[in-house]
Design a protein around this ligand. Structure first.
Ligand code: HEC
Ligand code: HEC
Length: 439
């Protein structure tokens, strides 16, 4: 009896926490009891248990053939032992140099598997140059990081451990040594991979755990499957705008074979163009790359220098990629703000204002970005639609985030006035309406 009530109490606490968490993503009211403001690691794991993630099977919402042939690499098949090991590592701050930072510090279960900050904070309170994207559904991307510099989850997971401002280990061997003294790791690594702890298997195990974080079960999917009541009338209008006047679908294709809503490509949509002399920065970037650029060096340049804003260019050295970043997924977007690679937009209304004005003009702006002339009602509709992309398991958190963002947007829309000032008369408008364009 007392045991039961204990369980129930814990469940209730967890739920209210989930409901609060998104509000906190804007109001900072979420419990930040661990180092660097993250939720305590044990609490996070309890929260994870309430989400009932699938284990080794094919995730319900993913094509089984694609899962087996594309998403899970042949040399790292999913087993319960690998997932369990990866889960322990994901929440273990001992992997960091000073013992205060785990993956879950910046990819926090209570904050949409991100950290609700514009840019992340690692060991010693160091701030990086970019925002932490969510680890939810990261398994379904073709490349990882905002500039796509990691080809797989396995390679991605190894980098933060040795990045000097994230987890700060001097090298991979030191990371393995940091956990090898724990006998439970000795047996978990043997069960999972047949070896003592080592750096490569740390990456492989964490990748296996991340492959269980598939969250694609949203009201929008029920709507697509034929349940016309699954989303509001406003969200339905927003979906039509998304595919039409607002032109979102040209980069964020969203359908059963593209469930994330990304083209997996890189575009300069004018986020990083503020006060940037891209030419000078690109010259500096090429000079830095000339000194040699292995993957760890690129990782440092991306997170610790102003070259970060060059985006994909630092990987391809292709001029068309200057200021270009990966098209972010739109799944669970309601609960993973702030937005963009630099966390510069607080609400989805800010995001819409940015697109509505045609981005920030610069020489490398993607051709797909141009002023949209959406009305305020149309902006509200697209935002309503975006909030239907959050998995049902985060429904409460999503509702709280919607309310918090709406309240914030009612007070502050930093890009809106800017948008009106930037509104240009398009050539076709002059042709159709005469000089002066649309009134
Ligand atoms: C100090 C904060 C911090 C820590 C610790 C951290 N990350 Fe990240 N993570 C980030 C940031 C910032 C980015 C984006 C960097 C970039 O794109 O250049 C990122 C990107 C990612 C991505 C790419 C997602 C995408 O959409 O492309 C994955 C996956 C990821 N991290 C997983 C992990 C794992 C696994 C660990 C632990 C081994 C970890 N992170 C540790 C901050 C952190
Ligand atoms: C030309 C391609 C393109 C078009 C068109 C486009 N996007 Fe994006 N979107 C991107 C890229 C690239 C990023 C990341 C940019 C960055 O961080 O610098 C992004 C980021 C976002 C984000 C931020 C996600 C996050 O978690 O940070 C949202 C939300 C978003 N887009 C929604 C939309 C909507 C809504 C539309 C239509 C009004 C739209 N996008 C049109 C390419 C595009």
């Amino acid at each position: 009896m007392s045991k039961n009530s204990g369980v129930r109490r814990r469940g209730a606490a967890t739920l209210s926490c989930l409901a609060m968490a998104a509000a906190c993503s804007l109001s900072a009211a979420a419990p930040r009891t661990g180092p660097h403001g993250a939720m305590d690691m044990k609490e996070q794991q309890r929260l994870l248990d309430t989400l009932h993630i699938d284990g080794t099977g094919v995730p319900r919402d993913v094509d089984p053939v694609a899962w087996r042939t594309i998403y899970v690499p042949r040399d790292n098949s999913l087993t319960p032992a690998r997932i369990a090991l990866g889960r322990k590592l994901y929440f273990d701050p001992r992997l960091s140099r000073d013992g205060t930072v785990a993956c879950a510090t910046c990819h926090d279960v209570s904050r949409g598997f991100s950290d609700s900050r514009p840019v992340s904070e690692g060991i010693g309170g160091h701030l990086g140059a970019r925002r932490a994207p969510t680890t939810l559904n990261a398994a379904l991307f073709e490349t990882l990081f905002w500039d796509g510099r990691a080809p797989s989850l396995e390679e991605q997971a190894k980098l933060p451990i040795v990045n000097p401002i994230e987890m700060g280990q001097p090298n991979g061997a030191a990371a393995a040594a940091a956990i090898a003294g724990d006998p439970s790791y000795q047996s978990l690594f043997r069960k999972a991979y047949g070896h003592a702890p080592n750096y490569d298997d740390i990456g492989r195990a964490i990748a296996s755990f991340e492959r269980t974080l598939i969250f694609l079960d949203s009201p929008f999917d029920r709507f697509l499957a034929g349940d016309t009541h699954a989303i509001s009338a406003a969200a339905k209008r927003g979906w039509a705008l998304f595919n039409g006047k607002a032109r979102c679908a040209s980069c964020h294709q969203l359908n059963p074979s593209n469930p994330l809503g990304t083209d997996n490509r890189f575009h300069n949509i004018g986020v990083s163009a503020h006060d940037k002399n891209f030419e000078a920065l690109a010259r500096k970037g090429l000079a830095a790359l000339g000194e040699g650029s292995n993957v760890q060096a690129l990782d440092r340049l991306a997170l610790t220098t102003d070259l970060s804003e060059l985006g994909r260019f630092m990987i391809t050295r292709n001029r068309a990629d200057i200021g270009a970043f990966k098209t972010e997924q739109l799944r669970n977007v309601g609960i993973t703000g702030p937005y963009m690679h630099d966390g510069s937009m607080q609400t989805l209304w800010d995001v819409m204002d940015h697109y509505n004005k045609g981005g920030e003009t610069n020489a490398y702006l993607d051709g797909g970005i141009e002023p949209l002339d959406l009305s305020e009602d149309e902006i509200n509709d697209v935002v309503a639609f975006l909030f239907t992309l959050t998995d049902e398991r985060f429904a409460k958190q999503n509702e709280a985030a919607y309310r918090a963002q709406k309240a914030r947007a009612a007070k502050s829309r930093p890009f809106r006035d800017d948008a009106l000032a930037h509104r240009q008369v398009l050539p076709f408008e002059t042709r159709v309406m005469g000089p002066g364009g649309l009134k």
